[in-house]
Design a protein around this ligand. Structure first.
Ligand code: KIV
Length: 287
């Protein structure tokens, strides 16, 4: 059976392009599980990224570097099963595309074909144009990711805003143009000055989605766990925290523990009954 059961209702890359052309802002968020997929799709999000950020927010790694293809696949598949409308992007983990064009196409194919996502994304600009071109040539929609690239943050001096000098800003523009020419259908612009993001958004025809890229991007993306308060280790400046689900869940579990200890739970409405005469008979039968 196809992993794209309701493909005709899904947002296509052409729908996303139309949104940019018509000046409609694009919303994008991460999701890593079946319930998260259900929630963000029901909310009406346009794009879901099954990001390698799952390594930090779901799997407890220090960063995204250790994430494997198998881990990506096992999180992409339940999201695909949950989602009816949003376009789903599968993230290519570190070292699944960095070595060669052949490796990149093979692994993009695994996420797209076996995982069932609608496109794939990897981090990097000019230096990865051959990989981007080959993925597109193979028939797989490709989403670029430039600016701060967390998988290679160690090479960028840590998790820092990128493109702050003229040379560095020019490099980000060059990356954007090169990926557009390679066939990318959209770009994530991460942690760059908003003025630079605006220049790129005006220069390229494809949609730009900012995460720490300012309001002039064609759309915005956040990591779900950051914006619902489920990831407490650190909160980047560009995150708006909408709710505190960590504390809500913590308090619910604390209340449950207390209810168990005080026998406030289970109450009558959570319990099943046997008629009194049957109980009596049963007691006799078992002695
Ligand atoms: O993996 C991820 O969640 C990402 C976002 C930071 C855009 O790449």
């Amino acid at each position: 059976m196809s992993s794209h059961p309701e493909a005709t209702k899904k947002l296509l890359t052409s729908d996303l392009q139309k949104m940019k052309d018509e000046g409609k802002k694009i919303s994008m968020i991460t999701a890593y599980s079946y319930p998260q997929g259900l929630i963000v799709d029901e909310a009406g999000i346009d794009i879901i990224l099954v990001g390698d950020s799952l390594g930090m927010v779901e799997l407890g790694y220090a960063d995204t570097v250790p994430v494997t293809m198998d881990e990506m696949l096992s999180h992409i598949k339940p999201v695909v099963r949950a989602v009816k409308r949003a376009h789903i992007v599968g993230d290519m983990p570190f070292m699944s595309y960095n070595i060669s064009v052949e490796q990149a196409v093979t692994n993009a194919g695994i996420l797209y074909k076996d995982g069932g996502c609608d496109s794939v994304k990897f981090e990097g600009g000019v230096e990865f144009v051959p990989q981007a071109e080959a993925i597109v040539k193979a028939g797989i929609p490709f989403f670029g990711h430039i600016g701060l690239t967390p998988q290679t943050a160690a090479m960028l001096g840590g998790f820092k805003v990128q493109g702050k000098s003229i040379d560095a800003a020019k490099k980000v523009v060059d990356d954007a143009v090169a990926l557009e020419e390679a066939g990318a259908f959209a770009l994530i612009l991460e942690a760059i000055p908003q003025q630079l993001a605006q220049i790129i958004t005006e220069k390229v025809k494809i949609p730009t989605i900012g995460i720490g890229g300012g309001v002039h991007c064609d759309g915005q993306v956040l990591v779900l766990h950051d914006m619902v308060g489920l990831f407490k280790r650190f909160t980047p400046k560009f995150v708006k925290v909408y709710t505190d689900m960590y504390t809500a869940q913590l308090n619910a579990v604390k209340e449950f523990i207390s209810d168990v200890q005080t026998e406030a739970f289970p109450a009558k409405e959570h319990s099943f009954n046997m008629k009194a005469d049957m109980v009596e008979e049963l007691r006799k039968v078992i002695g």
